[in-house]
Design a protein around this ligand. Structure first.
Ligand code: ATP
Length: 456
């Protein structure tokens, strides 16, 4: 179970193994922002590609369109989407330790401890019944509201344009391009639009590495369907995504669960939301969400922009506003969950149990001794030439040290060219998880590896 894993240790491990750097580190760092380092970038790109392919291949009856819209929108978009009015964090600041207690986190605390979360929080605050989640003090400020959007200092030549913001979710770009998509692609309902890109939220309590940051990547799908099909598609996505996490990304099932929001917890745009929760070392938390946004967004953009965002139904010969089902995935949050889940320690080593297709390097090739470097390199180059695997060559340490170093970043196989290789034209293939070794022929090396993978 992940709650037994030491989160701080994992964070240090990921930093030391080239997954991330703190942003602006030479200037003391900027809170709640991280730069991805080499291994983090490779892993993130693989994860985006795999998850995108998962959606695109989900159903023969569902056509997907992709989009890459701007990260900046003007005020009108967020007036329509309700973010200017409703996208707030409410928090109470501790006068003793300055920690900002988000009302959502306090609610979680009350829920987890079976306390009555129906009670008005202001009253509880006055009665000194709320304790700071950081230092336990009851010396807390009144609740304050804080809009989570970043407003930009954007130079505009158009006098009429008012304020401009960084987007807090990627999906508004999809809704405001809805008319363009209908006009150019003429999609038949149901259809879906997928986009991956950065989102920005001025989070009050950003914390836990990539779990909550002010800049993050979302992969969002907006599925447009008829109202009577909402529930089916909602359940379809929820089930398929849950299985994808277990079967394809290999997250242990015991570390996943679903949580359906009650009416009071729903975001301003949501008719129904189910979160898939992950058992982080710091507790069960939202990993991703599936939301029924109904007609909320399109209806409001129609009202605000006077555009026709309706779709024509060939059967009934009427135009209507489609309903929207939205899976929304924070890519860095998912990365963090995976890296925690893959993290393993045994007596001698720390390693990441990354599945083959997501491994940063799938195969590392080493010579057993310096003398064998050129022969080992030939094996490496022949594998590299096939362009089937992500492969690396290394000879700058003893074989034991190399095994541990590459196990640490989740390298699936290690190939060692040893003295026997000179005679039998075979190399030893070592499995990261079991440390078992098998001799395979150099001549058909890729076929041998493919066979082993297929049998796993
Ligand atoms: P939470 O309250 O758990 O931070 P949320 O309910 O505000 O998240 P949504 O608005 O539903 O999140 O966003 C969809 C997904 O985007 C989340 O499930 C999460 O994976 C990701 N996400 C949202 N906010 C952040 C953030 N600040 N940092 C990293 N990922 C985020």
């Amino acid at each position: 179970m992940n709650n037994k894993k030491d989160f701080n240790k994992i964070v240090t491990f990921l930093k030391n193994n080239g997954f991330f750097f703190p942003t602006d580190e030479i200037y003391g760092g900027t809170q709640s922002l991280y730069d991805l380092a080499d291994r983090g970038v490779i892993f993130k790109n693989l994860l985006i590609k795999k998850t995108t392919d998962f959606f695109l291949d989900l159903s023969d009856d569902l056509k997907f369109y992709q989009l890459d819209s701007s990260i900046i929108h003007k005020e009108d978009v967020f007036l329509a989407s309700g973010h200017l009015k409703n996208f707030f964090d409410v928090y109470s600041e501790c006068k003793d330790c300055n920690f900002r207690n988000r009302i959502d986190d306090l609610k979680d605390y009350f829920l987890q401890n079976n306390l009555d979360n129906e009670t008005v929080f202001d009253t509880l605050l006055k009665q000194k019944k709320i304790h700071c989640l950081n230092c336990n003090s009851t010396n807390l400020s009144k609740f304050k509201k804080f809009n989570l959007m970043f407003e930009l200092n954007y130079s505009l030549t158009d006098e009429k344009t008012k304020k401009v913001f960084l987007r807090p979710e990627t999906c508004q770009g999809i809704f405001i391009n809805f008319q363009n998509i209908l006009k150019i692609f003429r999609p038949k309902i149901p259809f879906a639009i997928l986009q991956t890109g950065k989102a920005f939220r001025n989070e009050v309590t950003a914390k836990n590495l990539f779990f909550k940051t002010k800049e993050f990547t979302q992969l969002e799908v907006e599925l447009f369907c008829k109202k009577e099909d909402e529930e089916n598609w909602f359940n379809f996505f929820t089930e398929k995504i849950f299985l994808y996490l277990i079967n394809d990304l290999k997250i242990s099932q015991e570390n996943l669960k679903k949580y359906q929001y009650n009416q009071k917890e729903l975001a301003h745009y949501s008719k129904k939301t189910t979160d898939i929760m992950f058992n982080f070392p710091f507790g069960w938390k939202e990993l991703l969400g599936i939301c029924n946004r109904g007609t909320f967004d399109l209806e409001n953009h129609i009202r605000n922009s006077n555009s026709n965002l309706k779709i024509f139904d060939e059967e009934t010969k009427h135009s209507f506003i489609p309903s929207v089902i939205e899976p929304s995935i924070g890519i860095e949050r998912l990365m963090l969950a995976l890296l925690i889940d893959y993290y393993e320690e045994d007596e001698k080593r720390v390693f990441l149990k990354i599945p083959f297709d997501l491994s940063i390097y799938q195969i590392a090739v080493f010579p057993l001794a310096k003398k064998l470097k050129d022969d080992a390199k030939k094996v490496y180059l022949s594998l590299k030439k096939i362009k089937k695997y992500r492969v690396i060559f290394q000879d700058n340490a003893s074989i034991g040290k190399l095994y541990h170093k590459y196990d640490a970043i989740g390298t699936f196989f290690a190939i060692t060219f040893d003295f026997d290789s000179l005679n039998d034209n075979c190399v030893s293939l070592r499995f990261r998880d079991s440390k078992e070794q098998k001799r395979i022929s150099i001549q058909n090396i890729d076929l041998e590896i493919d066979k082993i993978i297929n049998e796993m």
